[in-house]
Design a protein. Structure first.
Lengths: 247, 655, 255
């Protein structure tokens, strides 16, 4: 276990701001925490809240790096706070900011939920099968190529943490831009043989400057995705496909 | 007073809640889902290993069917489950898996031809049939006779939850996020909805509905260390308890998972052992075969957890600053397998332990994992006392798991319960009238409003402090092995905390988004739940499934073949009221027997022999009947019509 | 939502994106060739002289200035592509102050190299828009005034050197970043680990930048040196030594 640095005193510089509190202004507040072996930012923030600042807001659910709740900007990089060990930082200074590009609830807590729902509705992130198709659940399921199943899973691993959205300057500059999370969803459903949407259907979703043609290939998405999704290859693929579907 | 109306109100946006919502929405009902967090972040996403459903497509699942699944489930429950519910479940689970396949879950599929697997520490080649290529595959899991656990690598819960939530979005189901139900609205016989606190604005809202379904998951966080997500605090169970009317079932049945990492308690899936991983002690010695020569590492969870604890008590644990632990060795599975099928496990090891499981052992120990107990319901999912109140998923005790749940049966339960209970909820909504007494609604909202004002206003106890003490008591005294004296201390200690919690307050006085206030509202409820667990455990003087009394090591069917029910009848009470509901041996399809672990240590029920004989006779009396007819003759059960069909399996058709 | 999306369906965004990339590619390839041609001065004045001549199709004629109008035509063609490219790319510029602040803020907090690269690309593009236009205008309007002395004189005596210096840095950065971006935009990186492929590509991109900047700087220095030496005779045209001896003509200054 990473006990190499225990005994350090960590300085957390945290953005504090409560938009619901009239007159409150965003400001950085510094908290000191004694580092313990195996300490994660999750552990440290809870300790700070319990012992120093009861009002401090942040979100954790699984605390295991799988639910995508705890994205924040950690020393400049959007990442999952729950699985970030404090020992990772050579300097005992850790700056925490809420993910930009999302509505701020307070301090480090942002509203990713309203965002992802809107994204899902825009991309229509569900299987579009043939119209009127009735599946009899008693019968053998439709077969699927095992490799295809694996390939879909690779893309289905996105946890909607929003790191790619916050890391994308394009998204931040242009509100209407779909963003990498959306592209990964499109890629996921486009590869799925159960989804019958054609390239032309997809063109309606992402064949515009708020879609794949608006992506400026900044790669902040790929470089900050905690689940290592293949953004570059998939966005390039979608771009080519959409050029093919342009009419 | 802000009021929101719906036909079907679902509290909880995990697998169970969403699937129930889809069921009622499909029936044309106006459906609203409440969740503390965005639905896709629900704890269900954490399930890694898989979902049981007897599809029998892999060669190692050949011969599997509802009967085998049913039998495994009953055995796993240590005969504590409701066998009719287990039957309903076993018949619906394959349909659930198949439905999810059409909704987009990328189930890992069978690949024709030979492949290497690790079974009992040896590399074995199994050959999948050509005919089965492309069907949904399955892996081995503890306590099952066949490979039955369908999976997507080790992200099963995640892919399931995403598919189901996406379906809910397709249906336009409203999910009201960052909303917490803090009380149920009822008049002593019917439930009318819930008082809900908006976690952002702090506003109290009355959600009024014809039917209210609780699907809030487990209460793992009563324990300091748990594999559960930090929001698995049992609030749904608690608000049902606080009605004083609805009962909870088997709250003492708490499962400990053998392999959570030390110290943080994050789970490494049972799939690690299912795929061939081994448990080793401080000498690198594989000890499970000594205890369980048959199933070894793949014995039922409760059994493995106890064996591990026993072994550590013998001084064979690995000492660490966080207490003793053992090793989970998956190095023998090889890099390729781990990187493909156990990737989340690999990530967890890398991020939280800084080790590479391809080369190093993983430090593990048994950790709180699952809540078999919960809101007691009928097989329809409806509370036995409050009409219009339903429960589905981990929060419920309808009671499919009895005293121990099998791995892979839980996410399966969430979907199956959603399908079945959802239909019954819809039936109820269609039947029920709409006249809802506004005065009752208003009274409940005002009561909660006043309680919050009081919490903010007074000076008194610190919620974090109380919570910590409660969790500590539960860890130390209501754990894997239980003793009468410890449990008594636990009850006393918790009772003290309960009294103190009546004076709980907050330092941060904000009424809107205020994490401390959230704690202050929850902690007294959690302490009540903890008391139902501790009291139930103290009273149950036998060992059954996950409930292991060192002072009463035998399973006592004669006196304890029953279900614990607990109530909180009066707000001013400081202990729950316990009652027992007998399990009727004479109507069981599978009369109590041994689970086949260790040496059989049990006191038989007087009816058991009689029932065994009776069943023999029934079977003999119908020599030409197929297995379905025989089953129906022995133990008939109900199921919504749409789920009554037989399940097709490759090679055997609908047989 | 669906209606909204459908109502804006149009193939134009796709064409624009392709056009932006194709024009970028053409320009980048042109610029690399251009640099090699211009840097022929490194091999000596004669080399540059012949290169110039080649483009004027001087070898087809028996008088010495060939058809400088060809240079004008090339310049106008390039200018058209240049403007087309810039015009399309301008859509992506941070147009408002707010957007500009956001990207600066993003760069400051995240320190993400590909994002920074894009910003450099936009800035250099912006710079080129003006300086490049001037340069091409000069080339198109005085196509005959290209040669070892004439060009060097432009650097020094006509005070073009600051423009070239800035333009040089801008174009070399912009072109290599642009080529890297083209690859990222359109190619599905193969291999087991596409991320590594991209990392390697970036190393290659950096190497190219350094290479072109070095060649460009050496060229720049050479023109400056010639220009300085030739300052007193500014306006005089170069005639190659070989040509002097083989051809009888006395028409000095006719390059
Ligand atoms: C690490 C781990 C791995 C697991 N792996 C497996 C496995 O491989 N196979 C298997 O079968 N089972 C597994 N399980 C168990 C299984 O995941 C859970 O039992 C199951 O997902 C529970 O689902 P649920 O829908 O009942 O509740 P949850 O998914 O817990 O959802 C609860 C929902 O209720 C909401 N909620 C809670 N309280 C309130 C309130 N007061 N007001 C409003 N909303 C509220 C929450 O926001 C959430 O949306 C695992 C469990 C853990 C901990
Ligand atoms: C008027 C001057 C120019 C401006 C304003 C300009 C601007 C830009 C901008 C902003 C981009 C990024 C577009 C995006 O990310 O989508 C870009 C891309 C590019 N530019 Fe330029 N540029 C100019 C001239 C040039 C020149 C002279 C070259 C050749 C050397 C060039 C080569 C490229 C290339 C190869 C790309 C990548 C194409 C793409 O992203 O599709 N540009 N340019
Ligand atoms: C067809 C169009 C072009 C022609 C004919 C042309 C020709 C030349 C010539 C002859 C020179 C030598 C200096 C001189 O004579 O002034 C030169 C230098 C230069 N040109 Fe161009 N050019 C063209 C387009 C461009 C464009 C589009 C750019 C960039 C946007 C550019 C950037 C430069 C730079 C940076 C130098 C200086 C090189 C150095 O110092 O190494 N040119 N060009
Ligand atoms: S693509 Fe990656 S970074 Fe983006 S939301 Fe999904 S998991 Fe997070
Ligand atoms: S960071 Fe943004 S611009 Fe495109 S490549 Fe990723 S979405
Ligand atoms: S809390 Fe779930 S990913 Fe961090």
């Amino acid at each position: 276990m990473s006990g190499a640095n225990d005994g350090r005193t960590l300085k957390f510089h945290i953005l504090k701001y409560d938009p619901q509190q009239g007159g409150d202004k965003p400001r950085m507040v510094t908290y000191e925490v004694k580092e313990a072996p195996g300490m994660t930012i999750f552990i440290a923030l809870n300790e700070i809240r319990e012992t120093q600042d009861r009002a401090l807001q942040f979100d954790f659910v699984c605390r295991a790096g799988i639910c995508g709740s705890c994205g924040m900007v950690i020393n400049g990089k959007p990442d999952l706070a729950c699985r970030t060990l404090t020992a990772k930082f050579k300097k005992p200074e850790i700056t925490l900011l809420p993910l930009p590009a999302f509505d701020l609830i307070g301090d480090l807590s942002v509203n990713t939920g309203s965002y992802t729902r809107a994204m899902s509705e825009r991309v229509r992130t569900w299987i579009h099968d043939e119209e009127g198709k009735q599946v009899d659940l008693n019968e053998l399921e439709e077969r699927m190529d095992p490799d295809l199943a694996d390939e879909i899973y690779e893309l289905d691993r996105c946890i909607e943490c929003g790191c790619c959205i916050s890391a994308c300057a394009t998204k931040r500059m242009r509100d209407g831009f779909l963003g990498a999370m959306g592209f990964m969803k499109v890629a996921r459903f486009a590869v799925d043989s159960r989804d019958k949407r054609s390239d032309s259907d997809w063109y309606e979703v992402i064949g515009n400057d708020d879609g794949v043609f608006g992506c400026m290939s900044l790669m902040g998405c790929e470089d900050n995705c905690p689940k290592d999704l293949p953004h570059q290859t998939k966005i390039a693929y979608l771009r080519r496909k959409m050029v093919g579907a342009a009419r | 007073m802000k009021t929101v109306f719906a036909d079907s109100l679902i509290i909880g946006g995990g697998l169970a809640g969403l699937r129930t919502a889809i069921a009622t929405r499909t029936r044309g009902l106006d459906t609203i889902v409440l969740s503390l967090i965005p639905a896709k972040r629900s704890h269900s996403a954490a399930a890694q290993g898989g979902m049981q459903g007897s599809l029998a497509a892999t060669i190692k699942g050949e011969g599997d069917n509802e009967n085998v699944h049913f039998a495994d489930t009953v055995k796993g429950s240590d005969w504590g489950c409701d066998q009719q519910v287990a039957r309903m479940f076993a018949n619906t689970a394959p349909k659930a898996v198949r439905e999810l396949a059409t909704w987009g879950v990328p189930w890992t599929r069978v690949r024709r031809g030979p492949r290497q697997v690790v079974i009992n520490a040896e590399r074995v080649t199994i050959t999948e049939k050509d005919d089965n290529h492309g069907l949904i595959s399955a892996r081995d899991f503890g306590g099952t006779r066949k490979w039955r656990t369908c999976y997507t690598a080790d992200g099963t819960g995640h892919t399931m939850l995403y598919a189901v939530d996406n379906k809910a979005i397709e249906f336009g189901i409203a999910v009201h996020e960052r909303k917490e139900a803090i009380a149920l609205i009822h008049d002593g016989s019917t439930c009318y909805g819930a008082v809900v606190r908006d976690l952002i604005t702090g506003e109290l809202i009355a959600y009024v509905a014809r039917a209210t379904t609780i699907a809030t998951g487990g209460y793992g966080r009563l324990y300091a260390i748990s594999t559960n997500s930090v929001i698995s605090e049992g609030m749904g169970t608690a608000i049902a308890l606080e009605t004083g009317v609805a009962s909870l079932g088997n709250m003492e049945a708490v499962q400990f998972h053998p392999t959570a990492i030390v110290p943080v308690g994050i789970l490494t899936t049972e799939g690690c052992r299912g795929d061939g991983g081994l448990l080793k002690d401080k000498d690198g010695y594989r000890f499970m075969p000594d205890y369980e020569p048959g199933k070894k590492e793949l014995a039922s969870r409760d059994v493995v957890s106890r064996r591990m604890t026993e072994h550590m008590r013998k001084g064979k644990g690995v000492a660490s600053p966080y207490g003793d632990h053992l090793w989970l060795d998956i190095t023998l599975l090889g890099k390729e397998h781990i990187e493909k099928n156990l990737r989340e496990v690999k990530e967890i090891c890398e991020y939280f332990l800084g080790i590479d499981p391809v080369k190093e052992y993983i430090p593990v120990r048994p950790t709180q994992h699952y809540s078999m107990g919960g809101i007691r319901t009928k097989p329809t999912g409806e509370s036995r006392q409050l009409s219009g109140l339903f429960a589905a998923g981990e929060v419920s005790c309808w009671d499919m798991h009895g005293f121990n749940r099998l791995g892979g049966n839980s996410v399966a339960e969430t979907i199956v319960a959603g399908m079945i209970v959802g239909e019954y909820v819809a039936d109820y909504c269609e039947r029920s009238s709409v006249d809802i007494p506004t005065s009752v609604v208003r009274a409940f909202v005002m009561r909660e409003e006043a309680a919050i004002t009081e919490i903010i206003g007074r000076s008194g106890e610190d919620p974090y402090e109380l919570k910590r003490e409660m969790q500590q008591i539960m860890m130390e005294k209501v754990g894997i092995f239980r003793m009468g004296s410890d449990l008594q201390e636990a009850v006393d200690g918790l009772r003290g905390l309960l009294l103190r919690s009546r004076n709980i307050t907050v330092r941060n006085k904000a009424r809107h988004s205020n994490p401390e206030l959230v704690e202050a509202i929850r902690v007294p409820k959690m302490i009540k739940l903890a008391l139902t667990v501790a009291c139930g455990a103290l009273a149950r003087t036998e060992s059954r499934g996950a409930h292991a009394r060192e002072d009463y090591p035998e399973r006592n069917d004669r006196d304890w073949l029953n279900r614990t029910l607990s109530w909180w009848k009066d707000e001013k009470d400081d202990l729950p009221v316990l009652e027992y509901e007998n399990l009727d041996v004479m109507s069981m399809e599978m009369p109590p027997g041994t689970r086949g672990y260790g040496k059989a240590n049990m006191i038989a029920h007087p009816d058991t022999e009689k029932r065994v004989k009776q069943i023999e006779e029934i079977k003999e009396s119908m020599p030409n009947a197929d297995r379905f007819e025989v089953q129906r003759a022995i133990m008939p059960y109900d199921l919504p019509e749409k789920y009554q069909g037989k399940n097709e399996r490759v090679g055997v058709g609908f047989e | 939502m669906k209606d909204l999306v459908e109502s804006v369906r149009s193939p134009v965004p796709a064409w624009l994106d392709v056009t932006q990339s194709v024009t970028g590619l053409v320009l980048a390839v042109f610029m690399w060739i251009h640099l090699f041609l211009v840097s022929s001065i490194l091999l000596g004045k004669d080399a540059m002289y012949y290169v110039t001549g080649f483009f004027e199709l001087r070898f087809l004629t028996d008088w010495q200035h060939g058809y400088p109008v060809l240079v004008s035509i090339i310049a106008i063609g390039v200018f058209a592509i240049f403007i087309l490219h810039a015009g399309i790319a301008l859509r992506k510029f941070p147009v408002s102050w707010r957007q500009h602040r956001i990207i600066r803020d993003q760069m400051r907090t995240m320190k993400h190299s590909d994002t920074n690269l894009w910003y450099y690309q936009a800035i250099t593009g912006f710079v080129m828009f003006f300086l490049g236009s001037v340069h091409i205008y000069v080339m198109a309007s005085h196509p005959d005034k290209i040669g070892p002395y004439a060009s060097s004189d432009r650097f020094v005596s006509e005070h073009f050197w600051p423009l070239y210096l800035v333009l040089l840095v801008a174009v070399e950065l912009h072109a290599t970043i642009g080529m890297y971006r083209l690859a990222v935009k359109w190619i599905t990186f193969g291999g087991k680990d596409p991320r590594r492929t991209r990392k390697r590509l970036k190393v290659l991109k950096n190497a190219l930048t350094v290479f072109f900047l070095t060649v460009g700087a050496a060229t720049f220095v050479t023109y400056m040196k010639i220009g300085l030496e030739h300052r007193d005779q500014a306006g005089e045209r170069y005639s190659p030594a070989t040509r002097h001896s083989s051809v009888q003509s006395q028409q000095v200054g006719d390059e």
